[in-house]
Design a protein around this ligand. Structure first.
Ligand SMILES: [Zn+2]
Length: 114
């Protein structure tokens, strides 16, 4: 295993040290971040804010009671799904240009939308 993690954009060759981002599968470099449409950046910021709030609340003693455990797990699962969907949409943004023209609409038409 390498000690560097790569940028989410497959055509970008930038990497970052893993010890700086131990929980991340990807980084996004400044150059690629600037290429993203504001719709994706807004979603990113909303998800990161929500994650920070969650991480802060889950440590509060009044919320760490056992009855809350299943609720926290459920919220955590939903946030993980949202984060994966965001990763997928960023990846799609960077790779969509490489698909042959017309493939996208054909896949939508037959119901295999990425
Ligand atoms: Zn990059």
């Amino acid at each position: 295993m390498t000690d560097r993690i790569s940028c989410i954009n497959p055509s970008c060759r930038r990497t970052a040290p893993r010890e700086k981002f131990p929980d991340s599968r990807y980084i996004i470099c400044r150059g690629c971040w600037n290429k993203l449409p504001s719709r994706i950046k807004d979603r990113w910021n909303a998800i990161k804010t929500r994650r920070r709030i969650f991480d802060r609340l889950v440590r509060k003693p009044k919320f760490t009671v056992d009855v809350r455990l299943e609720q926290w797990r459920r919220i955590d699962r939903r946030m993980t799904i949202a984060e994966s969907a965001l990763d997928a949409s960023i990846l799609h943004f960077f790779t969509a240009g490489e698909s042959p023209a017309g493939l996208e609409s054909f896949m939508k038409e037959i119901g295999i939308d990425r």
